[in-house]
Design a protein around this ligand. Structure first.
Ligand code: NAP
Length: 214
């Protein structure tokens, strides 16, 4: 039977690239969930895509969206409250496999130069919320893959990424959203391989101390 992937926050930049990428490079049925999606997204494959308009806090809609779902991808972890609601809904719907996009920094894994620059350029509350969200996922009984993204930019020609496991220092300052979308497809298509892991997603060779576009 065809598997079903729920994308939460589906109007987001990475989520939209991921949707196109999964339509081309996987067999999954896709449920696209987010605020006012009906008026914001145009479906390219109505046989494989379903849209559900809803906020992460619309419990009943989220439960409906989770019916028959094998795997969930969450494109925003900047509210620990929202993440707590989502974990509760997954528990209730008995969906275990979860992939979430968060930031490098939630494990204090940046080297000093890049870490200092990041702390100066990101709101402390934002880092705290992302960190709390990551801990909630890690302490849940979900079968999770956390993707800790370094600074993002867009370049359709650049799909270079590599994963850095939990516990290792991260020096790379940037990665494209296009590459992140490929990284998520890799995890989705090899779902058994990355279970209960937290992986930084970075572009090799970008040890610049800060992103090149700043
Ligand atoms: P994005 O375009 O901001 O996508 C996030 C999506 O999540 C938005 O469409 C947003 O909906 C949705 N969302 C948030 N709260 C929601 C809620 N309560 N209910 C329903 N939908 C909700 O982000 P991106 O560029 O794809 O990046 C993905 C993630 O990486 C983001 O969480 C970002 O914080 C993180 N990140 C960013 C950087 C960077 O350099 N910018 C670096 C590392 C990680 P609306 O469109 O309706 O607001």
């Amino acid at each position: 039977m065809t598997k079903k992937n729920l994308i939460l926050g589906a109007a987001g930049q990475i989520a939209q690239m991921l949707t196109d990428n999964l339509l081309t490079n996987s067999d999954y049925q896709l449920v696209l969930y987010g605020r006012n999606l009906s008026s914001r997204l145009t479906l390219t494959n109505s046989q494989r895509e379903t849209i559900i308009d809803g906020d992460f806090n619309d419990h009943d809609k989220l439960i409906d969206a989770l019916q028959g779902v094998d795997l969930v991808y969450l494109n925003a972890m900047s509210s620990a409250y929202d993440v707590q609601q989502i974990i509760a809904a997954l528990d209730e719907a008995q969906v275990k496999r979860f992939i979430g996009a968060t930031i490098v920094g939630v494990d204090n894994e940046f080297n000093t130069e890049l870490g200092n620059w990041t702390k100066q350029h990101l709101n402390a509350d934002y880092i705290n919320e992302e960190t709390k969200s990551a801990k909630l996922i890690e302490n849940s009984d979900l079968n999770y893959t956390l993707l800790r993204l370094t600074w993002l930019y867009n370049d359709e020609q650049n799909h270079q990424y590599h994963f850095i496991p939990r516990g290792q220092t991260v020096n790379e300052a940037q990665v494209t959203r296009q590459a992140v979308s490929d990284a998520i497809v890799e995890v989705v298509n090899h779902s058994g391989k990355y279970q209960n892991e937290s992986l930084a997603v970075v572009e090799p060779g970008t040890n610049f101390g800060k992103p090149s576009f700043y």
